[in-house]
Ligand binder design. Structure first.
Ligand code: C2O
Ligand code: CU
Length: 523
């Protein structure tokens, strides 16, 4: 019989363990014992610490030589180094009227665009000028495990006042982002776009524009930490709505496109590139421009439906990887997802609108190629109500497709939750009590994610890009996939990047409330 405690620990057969310290303690003992203890000795240790991982399996740690070897394979001779300097700091940000005190990379939200060609090396010196520890995660990049930015799993958090150098090869072209991976810091301003250029870019276009979508509440009388506390206390304000994320009815925001609840948090602002809809950015091009939009959802609790008034969009990438092009009126993009589209611009002033799905609000940017009145915050172009394409409707392009092979192992991930104490779980466990998803290097691994809750979960895997298997066998290549209520998503990957990798819901509140686990390479 297992009973859950408020702090996320569990009692098993009257034996209480503190999951918060278990991992470190075991690692510490392993290091202490060195190579002199056989599997039996470790098994004995594991039994007495209650470690969920069978101890005979030795974890491939971020410091393992295999991590180095994998990185050497990715790094060509004489790869160019791209130095970047980032400071995570308190900042006062003008969102276009509202001025908020928040945490940001430098003095702007989003933070500075980082951009480099595929195969080159990023060397980012990150200084922590925040009062709290922080880290940087390079979302979507198949990088070396010790640079992945997950405190407790791949590194120690960067303490206040300290710096850390992140140094890695970016192997695959595409649209990515980076953000803090400590607590709820993602829902502050600690994020920025990351673009990896293809030196042999096959797409033909004239210009591009990065579109960063976010839901914003920090510094408006609430902080992400206070919101998480409210959620955990069970009394979410929801801007007047009552918080009951697990009930189908109630007053939760609903979205048919999301198959149920649209979110747990009502935000005062929805931003495109750091601006509220009442004071949008305007970007100008000439009529006829073939434009590539790189759309990134860095939101914490909001999926967006994105359209450009008066235009059809051609979807060309999902999560950085090419898809067979699909023409559509609008795209649906969950937290952590990226979608690239091509569009040929007409003559005039057009709303690029990001509808906060199910939440009755939107973000706005103006794309101008000619004269005409600028669209206003309440604009609702008909494309939003037209054909909406989500990532699952896409198919990987031939050069991105992972052909089906019999999996060496399959891991089931049942996504669950309990609203009474705001716990979100994977296989009925919160992160601190997780049972690792073990894999061995070189294996073909299948993840089967089943959503048993009433709310969608954008599930993100670090360090890999999986092949989603749709009914026809060919879905998109992705690192973040929305699993809707009642759905099962099958995602295959090749275990070619050794280390310890987080798998989690990219709703930052769900992740912090437990919905995370680890894909753990073992020897
Ligand atoms: Cu973008 Cu683990 O996250
Ligand atoms: Cu979730």
């Amino acid at each position: 019989m297992i009973s859950k405690h408020r702090d996320g620990s569990r009692s098993t057969a009257g034996n209480t363990v503190n999951p918060g310290i278990r991992f470190d303690r075991l690692m510490g003992r392993r290091q202490f014992l060195g190579g002199t203890v056989g599997a039996l000795g470790l098994a004995g240790l594991a039994a007495c610490t209650g470690q969920a991982t069978p101890a005979a399996a030795q974890l491939i740690k971020p410091t393992d030589v295999l991590v180095e070897t994998a990185e050497a394979r990715r790094t060509g001779e004489g790869a160019t180094v791209h130095p970047v300097v980032l400071t995570a700091q308190p900042a006062s940000i003008d969102l276009g009227g509202p001025v908020v005190e928040t945490w940001a990379y430098g003095e702007a939200v989003p933070g500075p665009l980082v951009r480099l060609p595929a195969g080159d090396r990023l060397v980012a010196t990150v200084t922590n000028a925040l009062p709290d520890p922080t880290s940087v995660h390079w979302h979507g990049i198949a990088l070396r495990n010790d640079m992945d930015g997950v405190p407790g799993l791949t590194q120690k958090a960067i303490a206040a006042g300290r710096s850390m150098k992140y140094e890695f090869t970016a192997p695959d072209p595409g649209t990515y982002m980076f953000h803090s991976h400590v607590g709820t810091q993602l829902d502050r301003g600690l994020y920025a776009p990351l673009i990896v250029d293809d030196p042999a870019e096959p797409l033909v276009y004239d210009a591009e524009h990065v579109v960063v979508l976010d839901d914003w509440l920090d510094g408006t009388g609430r902080t992400p930490d206070s919101v998480l506390k409210e959620l955990q206390a069970g009394g979410m304000d929801m801007g007047g709505m009552d918080m009951d994320g697990m009930s189908a009815g109630g007053d939760s925001p609903l979205s048919p496109l999301l198959g149920g609840d649209a979110g747990d948090v009502q935000y005062p602002y929805y931003l495109i590139n750091g601006r509220v809809a009442t004071a949008p950015n305007t970007v100008t091009f000439t009529p006829g421009t073939r434009l590539r939009l790189r759309i990134i959802n860095v939101g914490s609790d909001t999926a967006f439906r994105v359209a450009l008034g008066g235009h059809r969009l051609s979807v060309v990438h999902s999560d950085g990887f090419p898809v067979r092009p699909v023409d559509t009126d609008a795209v649906l993009i969950g937290m952590g997802e990226r979608i690239d589209v091509l569009v040929t611009l007409a003559d005039g002033a057009f709303p690029l609108i990001a509808l906060a799905e199910g939440k009755n609000a939107s973000g706005l940017e103006v794309i101008r190629t000619g004269s005409g009145a600028a669209p206003t915050a309440d604009t609702y172009p008909r494309e939003l109500a037209g054909q909406v394409t989500g990532a699952l409707m896409l198919e990987a392009a031939d050069d991105a497709f992972l052909a089906e092979r019999r999996p060496d192992r399959t891991h089931d991930l049942v996504l669950g939750g309990s609203m009474s104490d705001y716990q979100w779980t994977i296989n009925d466990r919160v992160y601190s009590d997780r049972k690792d998803l073990q894999v061995r290097p070189g294996e073909v691994v299948r993840l089967k994610m089943t959503n048993s809750t009433m709310m969608f979960h954008p599930m993100h895997l670090h360090g890999h890009t999986f092949q989603v298997r749709s009914a026809t066998g060919r879905g998109p290549r992705k690192d973040t996939v929305m699993v809707l209520p009642g759905e099962t998503i099958t995602a295959d990957l090749v275990a070619d990047n050794p280390g310890q990798w987080l798998v989690h819901c990219h709703n930052v509140y769900h992740g912090e409330a437990g919905m995370m686990t680890a894909l753990a390479y073992i020897k």
